[in-house]
Design a protein around this ligand. Structure first.
Ligand SMILES: O=C(O)C(=O)C[C@]1(C(=O)O)C=C[C@@H](O)C=C1
Length: 357
């Protein structure tokens, strides 16, 4: 072998050994952290601490390394740490290779146990009934809007939002076939078919479009029939051994879905947090105005408001709001207390660190 190459590889080996030695030292300390958490019944997963670590990485000036790559390395280091402290189980809206699966891995890394579920309801039940430590569910898409099913689940559940994660949605045409001319039908979730409408019209004008419960289910169907294709993720192409006939076929770029991590305990403040609340209002003039005024009076930035039918009585609604700040901060706490005094019903859904890309 070339002498220079050999020398360089010897140097790389030395550095790798140092990295491993340092990782071992880090885990030794994490073990002590885990013991304290067990003794004090604290959550092994600490999203507020993870965000602080990501933020510190973000402020570094690096010569060679891309920030996303560095974040991915630290995601996995912390995933290994959590596993050593306690091998947590993460339930998510499945099947495998869905965007929710991708969101769960982005949040917790690959070292934990993942449990796919058939419905959003089952993910909530897993967390409520201790079959999983945390759950991951979709909450809104930048094009399609809110996932009503998830919002409605919070009415009767006492799980808390502990974290959020955003995933860029990239659609791909997958098939056992090797060319577009062989495709007679395209399967996918209705949202994905809708998001790729123009591409399909242009490239597969004669194909029949068929709906499935998830993009991953579509890939499973495509794996059995060479004349069909699925719109699904790249993860599904490897899982079901499908050819990628076309990449990034969504009509609009900037298609992002936001997911929530649900658990049982509200994490401590990270320094940059969000609080989610739900409440109902009295049926009278100015009811919503007086609520919004509370946030204004406390100088709280309201970042989102949604309403949903209460399902108790026709034409009565439940409001969901997201505000900047943690419930342990003076202003958010004060606003929450004032709100509790004037509405028939209010519930704190969680305070959690804002997502850092
Ligand atoms: O600091 C903690 O609370 C830890 O448990 C350590 C650690 C880490 O590896 O840095 C691991 C898991 C937590 O989610 C956050 C951080």
């Amino acid at each position: 072998m070339n002498k220079d190459l050999q020398d360089l590889r010897v140097q790389i080996n030395e550095i790798d050994n140092k990295i491993i030695e340092l990782l071992e030292k880090r885990l030794e300390i994490v073990k002590e952290v885990g013991a304290i958490k067990r003794e004090k019944s604290l959550s092994f997963y600490a999203p507020e601490r993870e965000n602080q670590i990501y933020k510190a990485l973000d402020s570094l000036k690096l010569t060679f390394m891309n920030k996303n790559s560095l974040k991915a390395i630290f995601r996995e280091i912390m995933s290994v740490s959590i596993k050593m402290e306690e091998p947590l189980t993460i339930s998510y809206l499945g099947p495998e290779a869905t965007f929710t699966h991708q969101a769960a891995i982005e949040k917790f890394g690959t070292s934990l146990y993942y449990q796919p579920e058939e419905s959003i309801e089952d993910v909530f039940f897993d967390v409520e009934q201790d079959r999983a430590d945390f759950g991951v569910v979709p909450i809104e898409n930048s094009i399609e809007g809110v996932v009503n099913y998830t919002l409605d689940m919070f009415v009767n559940s006492n799980v808390k939002i502990v974290s959020e994660v955003m995933v860029d949605i990239k659609h791909n045409l997958l098939s056992k076939a090797t060319s577009l001319s062989e495709i007679k039908a395209v399967y996918s979730h209705p949202n994905a078919l809708g998001q790729c409408k123009n591409w399909l019209k242009k490239h597969l004008p004669n194909a029949i479009l068929l709906e499935t419960a998830s993009t991953a289910k579509a890939a499973k169907i495509a794996a059995k029939d060479k004349s069909v294709a699925a719109i699904s993720s790249l993860a599904a192409s490897s899982l079901y051994d499908l050819n990628v006939l076309a990449r990034g076929i969504e009509d609009k770029i900037n298609n992002v879905t936001r997911f929530l991590v649900i658990g049982k305990h509200i994490p401590s403040p990270s320094g940059e947090d969000k609080t989610s609340l739900m409440f109902s209002i009295h049926d009278k003039v100015g009811a919503l105005y007086s609520i919004l005024k509370i946030f204004y009076d406390n100088q709280i930035n309201l970042t989102r408001i949604e309403s949903r039918p209460s399902k108790q009585e026709n034409w009565s609604y439940i409001f969901y709001v997201d505000v900047d700040g943690h419930i342990e901060s003076e202003s958010v706490k004060k606003a929450f207390d004032s709100l509790s005094e004037i509405v028939p019903f209010v519930k704190l859904l969680g305070s959690y660190p804002k997502y850092i890309k």
